[in-house]
Design a protein around this ligand. Sequence first.
Ligand code: HMG
Ligand code: MG
Length: 313
Amino acid sequence: MSRDLPMVVGEPGLPDRVTIYEVGPRDGLQNEQTVIPTDVKATFVRRLLGAGLPVVEATSFVHPKWVPQLADAAELMRGLVDALGDPARELPVLVPNERGLQRSAELGLRHVAVFASATETFAAKNLNRTLLTQFEMFTPTMAQAIDLHMTVRGYVSMCFGDPWEGPVPVDQVVAVGTRLLDLGATQLSLGDTIGVATAGHVKELIAAFGDAGVGPERLALHFHDTYGQALTNVHAGLQSGVTTYDASAGGLGGCPYAHSATGNLATEDLVWFLNGLGIEHGVDLDAVVATSAWMAEQLGRPSPSAVVRALTG
Ligand code: HMG
Ligand code: MG
């Protein structure tokens, strides 16, 4: 493995520490043609936890016909039961509705995430609902989760652009996001599902949430690297005070219902960038690279992450 390291040079005004919210096993594997065996997924999750990632989104309790790659969600989570007992680690799962919540509650899971759309078209394609009726699913689902003392993350997809509708009005994103927070979401993850965000747009959206009374400490940013902008957008987020970033080991993933969505920001690329800035995150870069190289073998294709390629070449 290469011994290249970035020189650590901090930048005034940025946070000292960030949380990396790993989405590879869920957002990554949901979009792979190859269906990965459950035991391999469990090993993937365990290796990511072992690399120091504090949060690993493990799977989705969605309709198996919609996302067959994650149809083994219950079996996977049953196999991870010992890891679920560690209070220092979170293994959240996606749930769209009451049925999904019930399936996760039966397993005693403590952290769930609902996923809303900022646009009409994606609400139809991803959730079979409208921009308004998606909340008929989330309202009882989130209320029940809170009754069960679960934490509920709220995702908003298509926050910057939508392949069918084009640029998405900032006010529309803020309206969907604040509604999820009003329903009790502990954190809002703003998804650039197709990777069209640029730095000024990121800052404008965070500022618009600020104007609506939602500070950066309640936000997470979820970038896709389709146009090579993901790290520039992280930088814009750091300058705006956001301290949680979603990323996917090896840059796996996209979204099965948004075909122009390519890989998420790679965890390794994010870690390299944060290391250069001297921002703490607690993640062992070499351990994540080794995990992604191993997963690339399982998938039969190389990782799209620049850092994985550089460190394994
Ligand atoms: P629907 O067809 O409207 O569902 O789909 P329904 O409520 O009418 O129910 C129909 C049948 O599905 C019923 O069964 C339900 O029991 C069953 P029947 O009575 O006909 O036998 N059903 C379920 N079964 C298992 N688990 C469930 C479940 N719910 C209903 N949870 C639904 C609505 C939301 C279920 C469907 O649209 C769905 O599963 N969508 C998920 C799509 C998805 O997972 N997309 C990817 C994740 S989003 C994303 O990747 C973006 C994000 O990463 C951010 C970013 O990248 O920007 C978060
Ligand atoms: Mg994503």
